[in-house]
Design a protein around this ligand. Sequence first.
Ligand SMILES: N[C@@H](CCC(=O)N[C@@H](CS)C(=O)NCC(=O)O)C(=O)O
Length: 233
Amino acid sequence: MTDLSSYPITHKWPATDPERLQLYSLPTPNGVKVSIMLEETGLAYEPHLVSFERNEQFSPEFLSLTPNNKIPAILDPNGPGGQPLALFESGAILVYLAEKTGQLLAEEPAARYETLQWLMWQMGGVGPMFGQLGFFHKFAGAEYEDKRPRDRYVAESARLLGVLDQRLQGRDWIMGDYSIADIAVLPWVRCLVDFYKADELVQFERFGNVRRVLDAFLARPAVQRGLNIPART
Ligand SMILES: N[C@@H](CCC(=O)N[C@@H](CS)C(=O)NCC(=O)O)C(=O)O
């Protein structure tokens, strides 16, 4: 029986079954990348809700696993060499889970690097830029009189959507086959349109390929499940 008691995070969020991968998250665009990946791969796991309302991302137990105070994070009791592995950063977690299961990341080197390229494109571009647009359009920044910061992120988000739209021309998914690149990018597109309601600002109707692939993504049963994990209580 695996003993995870040396990980303080398990004191605040106890593992019912310490043989299972433990997920610490919230259903945000970064959080659902990992729950969708876990649902797609069929790995056994236990989700734990990290409540921002209760500021649990700043609790010492959470910080013991991820000093960056951001979800998602995982603790896999059966990591490399059969030893527990703790990980944060959604992109790193996606790569880890893909390699652990042999799913959703091509083995052939060129295709593998190309998938990682699009994953990094999401991590360094789409996530930070769309997130800032959300701040300036939906959250506190919407009150600012000066619209130049908002417009900067609108322009950059629209540019990124244009890049994605071009990539998806003639392809079912970013890599042709469904992969971790789609799982990284598409929750952010959904967030921009459905949650931030920035579709008019970025003139989303121009990006027909993105709309098509987003709809295909949202139709997947594993995606539909993952979008609500961990359940908000
Ligand atoms: N680069 C990180 C970003 C994670 C991130 O920004 N998480 C947000 C939710 S989507 C968060 O935990 N925010 C809590 C906070 O900033 O206090 C990743 O992809 O894992």
